[in-house]
Design a protein around this ligand. Structure first.
Ligand code: G3H
Ligand code: 13P
Ligand code: ZN
Length: 322
């Protein structure tokens, strides 16, 4: 089947109590690792591209890699989504250039400005058969060239969501309930420690999610910053020359719970980066004389596939739902 929008995916996910995984892609091995997992698990899939990914790999290369994946995976729906579109022009360029979904992220702007920019993107996107994700509230952490400190982050205010969705016409809404971008989602001071000395983060604000869902019945909600920072890969990195002390993510049970509620899209990037980096570091440590990229990218791609398989089955609940 050709690239699809997320409309049907989200409707089925909402009704079925699961979420669709949105995984960031930057090169061929990442696209292959993710799509091989989704094909095997018969899972609907969103491949997303950030501004930084377009700058790194070039828009056309990324679109063509995703089109190749669509050919290789004829039995699952795949959407191609712009992650954190910073302005109208970037969204327009992706809409004109083959994407089926865009995010306009004007969440750092005042409410009225966020509405105006989002509305403009929605009008252009809908005229071209493309759907739009918008954001209210802001996550801490590093997004494409935007570094939001914990003090400047803010939870979504449920009392704003109806007016926002009604005035913008957006198709899905990203909200801030305590997730954040990157591999260091919480400071040690915000966490407790378990018996192994591993940081345990504060719980997500399910009260906000529930109030948003009450005000927007049937409307798909998106969670960004939803990597769980698997300690197995942090350990692999640290044991092979890396230095990532106290990296901590969102516990998987909390994401599983969100997926059974109104959350229809869960964004995961950092976990794939950790899997890839850990695999390559380990390979180099074990084979210091090797220099063929195909050799060290093979376990990297295999571990991306393994972690995505785990997410589809155990976290998102979307395996078998294509
Ligand atoms: O939300 C951010 C994503 O992880 C993309 O990161 O902007 O470095 O490509 P990036
Ligand atoms: P993570 O950094 O938690 O993987 O979040 C990715 C994301 O939100 C992409 O938009
Ligand atoms: Zn994000």
């Amino acid at each position: 089947m050709p690239l699809t929008t997320t409309t049907e995916m989200f409707k089925k996910a909402y009704d079925g109590g699961y979420a669709v995984g949105a995984f960031n892609v930057n090169n061929m091995e990442i696209v292959q690792g993710i799509t091989e997992a989704a094909r095997e698990q018969h899972a609907p899939l969103i491949l997303q591209v950030s501004k930084g990914a377009r700058a790194y790999a070039n828009h056309t290369y990324l679109v063509k890699l995703v089109e190749a994946a669509v050919i290789e995976c004829p039995d699952i729906p795949i959407a191609l989504h712009l992650d954190h579109g910073p302005d109208f022009e970037t969204c327009k360029s992706c809409i004109d250039g083959g994407f089926t979904s865009v995010m306009i992220d004007a969440s750092s702007k005042p409410f009225a400005e966020n509405i105006a920019i989002t509305r403009k993107v929605v009008e252009y996107a809908h005229d071209h058969g493309v759907v739009v994700e918008a954001e209210l509230g802001s996550l801490a952490g590093v997004e494409d060239e935007v570094n939001v400190s914990a003090e400047d982050s803010s939870y979504t205010r449920p009392e704003e969501v109806e007016e926002f969705v009604q005035k913008t016409g957006c198709d899905s809404l990203a909200i801030a309930i305590g997730t954040s971008h990157g591999a260091y989602k919480f400071t040690a001071a915000q966490c407790t420690r378990n018996e192994q000395g591993i940081l345990v983060p504060p719980p997500l604000r399910f009260d906000i999610l529930e109030e948003v869902s009450r005000r927007l019945p049937g409307f798909p909600i998106v969670l960004h910053g939803s990597s769980s920072v698997p300690q197995e890969f942090v350990k692999m990195i640290n044991e092979n020359g890396g230095k990532m002390p106290d990296a901590v993510g969102i516990p998987e049970e909390q994401l599983r719970k969100a997926a059974t509620l109104s959350v229809c899209k869960i964004n995961i990037d950092s976990d794939l980066r950790l899997a890839m980096t850990g695999s390559i570091r380990k390979y180099f440590a074990e084979h210091p004389d090797h220099f063929d990229p195909r050799q060290y990218l093979t376990p990297a791609r295999a571990n991306i596939k393994a972690i995505v398989t785990h997410k589809l089955i155990d976290v998102l609940g979307c395996a078998g739902k294509a």
